[in-house]
Write a protein that binds this ligand. Structure first.
Ligand SMILES: Cc1cc2nc3c(=O)[nH]c(=O)nc-3n(C[C@H](O)[C@H](O)[C@H](O)COP(=O)(O)OP(=O)(O)OC[C@H]3O[C@@H](n4cnc5c(N)ncnc54)[C@H](O)[C@@H]3O)c2cc1C
Length: 420
């Protein structure tokens, strides 16, 4: 049965990905009436399509204390759910084929030590103790033993179900067509099913946020970047965590397979709207030459929110073939394991690769949590908690200046985050 449209809410959240649902989780705990509007299904886009890494390793310094808190929140949330979402802390590895690759992680190593993380460099012998039958192609790695993983296909849907059982209204197949603003402040949202009045709105619409904000006169430079992923059939357990090298990545799954991907192939899919922001992205494109390829978009991402209720781009066949060949080349165990499914997701990249967690200065009651640039799953619970505090006008203990919206318009120099 369709949930009837409520006429009013304390806060309307646009988008039922990890940012929207975790914010709903904490606002509900604070006793607020929350409505989440989702144009498709819960976690239909990035939040169910990602690799499932919950990593502290390799983070931007401003994200680091937040993601460290997120690790604790993942455990807390998991404990409150009625199903296993696969949250495990089995570590992350950045596999290095040579000294040069290892040296690229020096900066993070120093940061990790300053923040009290257990990250360390390990040698081939130590690596062989973590990856069974590792053929020795990687002489060294960066290792954070208490990084985590969870199942993207299970995590946000389970959180949403618990939110609903606690009184959060989640409207699926209900696109917000416009945020309603009167006299400089939010007073509701126009959905495809009618108006919901509310004094506060969170825009956590992933790849679509830039269009919702544009209609409010707010510029958010955002690009849509397609990433292709695959999963293997059940495989013997040879490594239990997350691992990535300069060409491939693999992560143990709860179902006994591995989620696998290429680490050097992403496809930029700009619409005319996105092209306006291409200049903002030049530093990123320059720093990722070879990894980011410009493509004619196969899907229209624009302000028609019902055309693609679920953004489901076709995975690149060439990338998937490459993933299998590279895995088989580096880890003999993969030679006999089939890739049984592939998919892709559209990353909502911002020019400096860190999200916006902020209010809109020009419109009272409008909040923004978006642009996680390919690493919002792990940090999601802490980002949701932060947004819930901000929306309630409570202080937060983190320095959020790096995540302010105005950095794209106030002449601040662009400081690129670690990587997409
Ligand atoms: C292939 C891939 C691999 C990744 N790997 C990792 C990883 O290992 N670790 C990690 O931390 N992160 C990873 N990420 C990034 C992570 O998945 C995202 O940063 C995170 O899921 C973003 O969550 P979100 O809630 O902001 O957006 P989304 O999950 O995209 O959710 C936004 C939602 O808003 C809805 N929506 C949009 N417009 C409207 C509207 N007008 N009305 C109503 N609803 C609307 C959409 O339908 C969507 O469901 C990966 C991403 C991809 C694509």
């Amino acid at each position: 049965m369709e949930t009837p449209l409520p006429g009013h809410a304390d806060v309307v959240i646009i988008g039922a990905g990890i940012a929207g649902i975790t914010t709903a989780w904490y606002l509900n705990k604070a006793g607020l009436q929350i409505v989440v509007c989702e144009k498709g299904i819960v976690a239909g886009e990035q939040s169910s399509r990602n690799w499932g890494w919950i990593r502290q390793q390799g983070r931007d310094e401003a994200e680091l204390p937040i993601v460290m808190e997120s690790m604790r929140l993942w455990q807390e949330i998991s404990d409150e759910l009625d199903s296993d979402i696969g949250y495990r802390r089995e570590g992350s590895l950045y596999l290095c084929e040579n000294e040069e690759e290892l040296a690229r992680h020096d900066q993070f190593l120093a940061l990790a030590s300053a923040y009290g993380l257990e990250t360390r460099q390990i040698n081939r012998k130590q690596l062989e103790a973590l990856i069974v039958d590792c053929p020795g192609r990687w002489p060294a790695a960066l290792h954070t033993p208490d990084d985590g993983r969870a199942e993207p296909g299970l995590a946000v849907p389970a959180m949403a179900k618990t939110c609903e059982s606690r009184g959060v209204t989640i409207l699926q197949n209900c696109a917000v067509e416009q945020i309603s603003v009167a006299n400089g402040r939010v007073d509701g949202v126009f959905t495809e099913q009618g108006l919901i009045k509310c004094p506060a709105v969170l825009c956590s619409a992933g790849a679509w946020s830039t269009f919702l904000l544009k209609a409010c006169g707010i510029g958010l430079p955002q690009l849509t970047v397609k990433a292709s992923v695959a999963r293997t059939a059940w495989a013997p357990l040879f490594f239990n965590g997350n691992a990535a090298g300069s060409q491939i990545a693999f992560r143990r799954r709860l179902d006994g397979g591995y989620t696998v991907a290429a680490t050097d192939s992403l496809e930029i899919m700009p619409s005319i709207h996105h092209l306006r922001y291409l200049l903002d992205f030049l530093p990123l494109i320059k720093s990722s030459l070879g990894k980011l390829k410009l493509r004619i978009p196969e899907l229209q991402v624009d302000s028609n929110y019902t055309r693609h209720r679920i953004l489901n781009p076709v995975p690149s066949r060439a990338t998937v073939k490459r993933i299998h060949a590279r895995l088989s080349d580096r880890l003999p165990v993969f030679r006999h394991i089939e890739l049984i499914e592939s998919w892709s997701g559209m990353i909502d990249a911002l020019p400096d690769l860190v999200p916006v967690l902020d209010r809109a200065d020009s419109i009272e009651g409008l909040w923004i949590a978006t642009g996680f640039s390919g690493h919002g799953f792990g940090i999601g619970p802490a980002a949701g908690k932060i947004m819930s505090q901000l929306i309630q006008n409570n202080a937060v203990e983190y320095d959020l200046s790096r995540f302010r919206l105005s950095r794209f318009s106030d002449g601040s120099p662009m400081v690129l985050g670690p990587s997409i």
